[in-house]
Design a protein around this ligand. Structure first.
Ligand code: ATP
Ligand code: MG
Length: 422
């Protein structure tokens, strides 16, 4: 199903004597049976011509990507990006790919990351172009590179992160050769800018199946370079000191946070990276603080404080915004605060302090805390949930009370009696 807006654009370029094709993500997504309002095109036209052809047709045209050959526009609900054919020449030591324009669709497709992203629909003919077997990959849920994965990843190591990201988004499986190349070349990711890595990490964590992508990052060794605190959670379990594997626990908490995410309601746009990432890394202070106490007990003193510090440091290195760093840092810092509730010993002022410290993060803290009770002991889990229900009800009651207090006029008893005629 090709949208009319695509054919309109195709006819317009065709009349002007340019070749244009729908490419990449949208073609893959059509075959997956999912539509998107974002459409990518590749064309033989140079950016100046593209800009001219869009002006007067689209509702709004922008050229921020012009240096990379991309002109964007909006037409109704649709967002279209039209990029001049490329045949990138790479300097493997540079952090940014250099742009060189090409003349053919085939050459443009050859430089794309994966076969499933290297399919095109030529316009206006609707001729399907699939030189690398992308259709078959989509059918088999496979992630393969058009050429050898080693060459592709040394051209742009970010593609290794993208393989994990697409695995998490689509529940596809990277080809064994792709996994092997990722494993062999993991260290090369360090030449990629932190911002590009961060953007792929965010997409991975916000995907429907982040566990798939995270397991790939960890098993290939990519995580050692982009988020080393994650593989560090795989603490060796020994027979004397029994405790949960913190890595598996973290993935479970992330899954549960995703299930609870709808509780965030209208507060934030879903999926919410902050609550998901906080769930994933809430225990990263544990490896550093672990102590064997001799009697078979293991303690992690102040792992919340240490974890918050590590989280902030890592997010800073990945160039996250200060706002996101503060939000995740605070959630990690506060994630243990609820422990100790349920004995009924929290006073009203302790509840108020909890609310005040959480501030605008309160609902996210609710989600994180509930997600973190992963005990397999049913009775214990039920008790935790009941205690948290109780806390939330107390918070609601206190907030109601405070609102009433705020509304109550400053009248003394005599004045009230006078008003009421008593
Ligand atoms: P989505 O937009 O849903 O995240 P997408 O497939 O459109 O997925 P983009 O990151 O928007 O992914 O990239 C658009 C297209 O550009 C891809 O489908 C792919 O063909 C190509 N591409 C993007 N990044 C790279 C890269 N690093 N190396 C090679 N090709 C790339
Ligand atoms: Mg896209």
């Amino acid at each position: 199903k090709i949208a009319p807006v695509v054919d309109e654009l195709g006819a317009r370029f065709d009349r002007a004597g340019h070749e244009i094709a729908l490419v990449g993500g949208p073609v893959r997504d059509i075959l997956l049976g999912r539509g998107s309002k974002d459409l990518d095109f590749a064309t033989s036209a140079r950016p100046d011509d593209v800009q001219r052809l869009l002006t007067g047709w689209a509702d709004h045209v922008w050229d921020i990507g012009k240096d990379f050959g991309t002109i964007g526009c909006r037409k109704g609900d649709w967002v279209l990006e039209i990029t001049t054919y490329r045949s990138e020449s790479y300097d493997p030591t540079s952090r940014k790919p250099e742009v060189a324009y090409g003349d053919t669709l085939e050459a443009d497709l050859a430089r794309r990351d994966f076969a499933m992203n290297a399919m095109a629909v030529l316009l206006p003919s609707h001729r399907f172009v699939d030189p690398y077997g992308g259709l078959e990959d989509v059918a088999n849920k496979a992630i393969r590179t058009p050429g050898s994965p080693e060459d592709s990843f040394s051209d742009d190591p970010l593609r290794m992160m993208r393989a994990a990201r697409f695995a998490a988004q689509l529940a596809f499986t990277p080809d064994p050769a792709v996994v092997a190349a990722m494993t062999a070349m993991a260290e090369r990711i360090t030449i990629v800018s932190a911002e590009r890595v961060r953007d792929e990490l965010v997409k991975l964590v916000c995907a429907p199946y982040p566990r798939i992508g995270l397991d790939l990052l960890v098993s290939t060794g990519l995580a050692d370079h982009v988020l080393p605190e994650l593989p560090a959670l795989r603490l060796e379990l020994d027979e004397h000191h029994r405790h949960k594997d913190v890595y598996q626990h973290s993935l479970t908490v992330l899954d549960q946070a995703i299930d609870l995410e709808p509780r965030l309601g209208e507060e934030v746009e879903l999926p919410d990276f902050v609550v998901r990432f906080a769930a994933l890394i809430h225990d990263i202070g544990k490896p550093r603080t672990r102590k064997f106490e001799g009697d078979g007990k293991v303690t992690f003193h102040h792992h919340d404080v240490v974890g918050a510090k590590l989280a902030r440091k890592r997010m800073k290195a990945l160039r996250f915004s200060n706002e996101q760093i503060d939000q995740v840092g605070k959630l990690v810092e506060l994630h243990l605060r609820f422990h100790g509730y349920g004995t009924g010993e929290w006073t009203d002022s302790a509840v108020r302090r909890y609310v005040r410290d959480a501030g605008p993060l309160l609902t996210r803290l609710h989600v994180l805390t509930r997600a973190d009770s992963t005990t397999r002991n049913r009775r214990k889990a039920d008790a935790l949930r009941a205690a948290y229900d109780d806390l939330e009800q107390r918070i609601a009651r206190l907030q109601e009370q405070e609102e009433l207090d705020a509304m109550r006029p400053d009248l003394d008893g005599n004045q009230i009696m006078e008003i009421l005629g008593i």
